[in-house]
Unconditional design. Structure first.
Length: 732
């Protein structure tokens, strides 16, 4: 079920610019309306922030700075006339109660971009079915459908160490399935400060409540015990932005702000260090809208994953709900226990990017409801919590991925189970469509891929801004707009500069790339730009051209984008270096894609003890069906490969036959220049080989110049010997 709101879509509300004509109503009649300000936040200071609290703090500072500057004259005027108002820094808006004359005065302020009517936010009534019975294994069908239970047992990932939140109708905090996971609950008592937000004070006491049941149900699917929750060991917090039948736009914005820095119950003591990792939003409405886009942008910049429902307005095409339809949101469609897409699930096709992002269980989903009870609901509201909780499993299993929203999206997309559907828009290569998105959510595969560290060739490599301290840009069109996943924003450099470069860093560390796609803003006329593509291993000091400067034509007839391919380059960063001014540069989006890299071990001599018929050469023959196996019961065992000459290596990939069962091998990586003296490159680590991830693990490290690579095996949970089908040694 999905909360329905119809609020401030540009085609649905009266927009006012300049002088507002007198209204037919009495000049003294008051109404509620919104002021939207044009000034954007400047996030250039975010580049140096590395921790999640530091990022949240900088996002808040930038947003508040923009709001303080833009809203000052309007607030002074509101004070002068004694009007009631609420200022929001997260989206640079003010909600005002006043008459038509005040509205007209405010609309004349040059910093006010538009004035919008306030709209109530109606909520769709839940679709309840007869109470579902727990499965014989104690796990609900929807949890086992996405293989979350296998993730618990085989990867030990249950969401521990991760905090989820929802913006919803509230939560019964002491429900038997949820009380133990509430962050405010501890051995010494209960503390709701920084864990609960009720801007309307709709609950009868300071404790969390749920006046509808929807919020308790969605939280149960994320965090519930007893087989209803996908990530039963997470901690949860919540904000109540919706009452029994409606959600207030002001409360939704306030909740979005609160998530960046939860406060105590009085609204004081904001704590960015207590911000949640993931926020589920099972609400929205059909019809394109960017009303909540600043909230989404702020969360993503702060490392908070924004999970949304795609909407309940199917089966027609182009019925995407928003904010879930915005590029920064990750939207889930709904399917049933028989793997049939729900007829009510909204379909996409109205954007240049894939929506929904994927599909998750959303029909007859049994979860918690107020009163300590359980019930089954249907809707895309029920689907989104599965995705949100899967992110918790991924970040729990691979803490280095935590806060890396774009990398997480790539893994979710890549591991979803493809479902072909040509009913609405679809990709020509069959990779996605507007009904299922990228496919059906597979929590087990997503966690396995996250743990493996393997990035298949052709995967998108999310970019973030690199070292750009003095990067030019026109106000409101800074460099970071070229990597914000919003094609409506863009980086702009005014005409007159003879050259300019923009540097990007790969999110998550060094990567191997072989392609970039550069998108100009939609509606821009055809133009040619001259630029080079550069790559760096460490940073500014070692950039080299991978594609020398040449002219590229951006043509609206072909989507206003160009693709530049180059030999695989490994490093931290990419750069676009524009020359041949003085033409204006406008870039909406830059996307990079992974390359295969050079395997320096292929076909090279290999040595090690071996069982008859399972020679070391099998590990470097390029065939994953053959494998090397050492002597039994004789750890440690070694496998040494001569690369034939000094190579700068940066990663090894270890593979077993794809059909083999899961196992863990303990392996260290050593290197040598002479084949006699070896030094540790990577110390002993336990590596999980999982068929869900292709039975491949990647081990990355700082670049090392060696001729010989030696693997030292000291354990194998699947067999009393070292085993390896393929060793790939990636070299620059």
């Amino acid at each position: 079920m999905m909360i329905k709101w119809r609020l401030v879509a540009a085609v649905a509300v009266g927009l006012i610019g300049g002088l507002v004509p007198a209204q037919s109503a009495s000049a003294t009649a008051e109404e509620v309306f919104w002021l939207r300000f044009a000034q954007d936040a400047d996030f250039r200071g975010l580049e140096s922030k590395k921790t999640k609290p530091a990022k949240s703090t900088e996002v808040i500072r930038a947003r508040k700075s923009a709001a303080d500057s833009a809203q000052k004259r309007a607030i002074d005027l509101l004070h002068d006339v004694g009007a009631e108002y609420t200022s929001f820094w997260i989206s640079n808006t003010i909600q005002v109660r006043g008459d038509a004359a005040l509205r007209a005065r405010l609309a004349r302020l040059p910093e006010v971009a538009r004035v919008e009517a306030d709209r109530p936010v109606p909520m769709t009534v839940p679709v309840a079915t007869s109470p579902a019975q727990a499965s014989s294994e104690g796990v609900e069908w929807n949890v086992s459908k996405i293989r979350a239970d296998r993730t618990w047992t085989e990867h030990g990932a249950r969401g521990q160490g991760i905090v989820v939140a929802n913006i919803d109708t509230g939560v019964q905090w002491d429900h038997p399935a949820l009380a133990g996971q509430y962050r405010g609950q501890s051995g010494s008592g209960v503390d709701h400060d920084h864990n609960w937000f009720d801007p309307a004070q709709a609950c009868p006491a300071a404790a969390p409540c749920d006046t509808d049941g929807h919020g308790t149900h969605t939280m149960g699917t994320m965090a519930g015990s007893g087989g209803i929750g996908v990530a039963p060991d997470v901690k949860w917090i919540a904000a109540k932005a919706c009452e029994q039948t409606t959600c207030s736009a002001a409360h939704l914005l306030a909740a979005g702000q609160w998530m960046l820095a939860p406060t105590d119950l009085s609204g004081a003591d904001p704590r960015p260090d207590l911000a949640p990792d993931i926020v589920n939003n099972s609400w929205g409405s059909i019809g394109y809208s960017e009303w909540y886009i600043d909230v989404l942008d702020s969360w993503v910049r702060a490392g908070i994953f924004p999970a949304f429902s795609v909407g309940n307005d199917g089966p027609a095409c182009m019925t995407t709900g928003y904010p879930g339809g915005n590029g920064q949101a990750y939207a889930s469609a709904a399917f049933d226990a028989e793997d049939v897409i729900a007829p009510f699930s909204s379909r996409g096709g109205d954007t240049s990017y894939t929506k929904p992002d994927l599909s998750a269980p959303g029909v007859d989903v049994r979860s918690a409801v107020p009163g300590g009870a359980y019930a089954s609901y249907s809707g895309t509201s029920m689907a989104s919590p599965h995705t949100a909780a899967t992110v918790a499993l991924m970040w729990s299993a691979m803490p280095s991925l935590r806060g890396m929203v774009d990398d997480t999206r790539v893994i979710l997309d890549a591991t979803a189970i493809r479902v072909q559907d040509t009913t609405c828009a679809y990709a020509a290569d069959g990779s996605s469509n507007a009904v299922w998105g990228n496919g059906k959510l597979d929590a087990y595969a997503a966690v396995a891929r996250a743990r493996s560290g393997v990035i298949p060739p052709g995967s998108e490599l999310p970019l973030q801004m690199g070292y750009n301290r003095t990067l030019p840009g026109t106000p409101g069109h800074w460099g970071y707009h070229s990597v914000d996943r919003d094609p409506a924003t863009y980086w702009e450099v005014p005409a007159g500069l003879t050259e300019v470069g923009i540097n990007y860093a790969f999110q998550g560390g060094r990567r191997t790339a072989d392609k970039v796609v550069i998108q100009a803003p939609a509606g821009e006329p055809a133009r040619s730009l001259t630029f080079a593509v550069r790559a760096a291993y460490a940073g500014l000091a070692d950039y080299e051209d991978v594609v020398p400067a040449r002219s590229y034509t951006f043509d609206p007839a072909t989507g206003n984008q160009v693709t530049v391919s180059f030999p695989p380059a490994y490093g931290c960063c990419l750069s676009l270096h524009f020359t041949g001014g003085p033409q204006t540069v406008k870039i909406a989006e830059v996307r990079a894609f992974s390359g295969a890299g050079k395997n320096a071990a292929l076909g090279r001599p290999a040595q090690g003890t071996a069982q008859q018929g399972y020679a070391p050469a099998n590990s470097v023959d390029g065939d994953a069906a053959t494998y090397w196996e050492s002597h039994n019961h004789a750890f440690p065992q070694t496998l040494t490969v001569d690369l034939g000459g000094s190579c700068r290596i940066y990663q090894v990939e270890l593979a077993l036959p794809p059909a083999w069962g899961a196992r863990t091998q303990t392996v260290s990586v050593e290197g040598s220049t002479d084949g006699v003296t070896f030094s540790k490159i990577v110390g002993p680590r336990e590596h999980v080989f999982d068929p869900a991830a292709g039975n491949v693990v990647a081990v990355g490290f700082n670049m090392a110049a060696v001729r010989y690579v030696r693997l030292v095996f000291t354990g194998n949970t699947g067999w009393p010997a070292a085993q390896l089908a393929e060793l790939r040694v990636l070299a620059a």
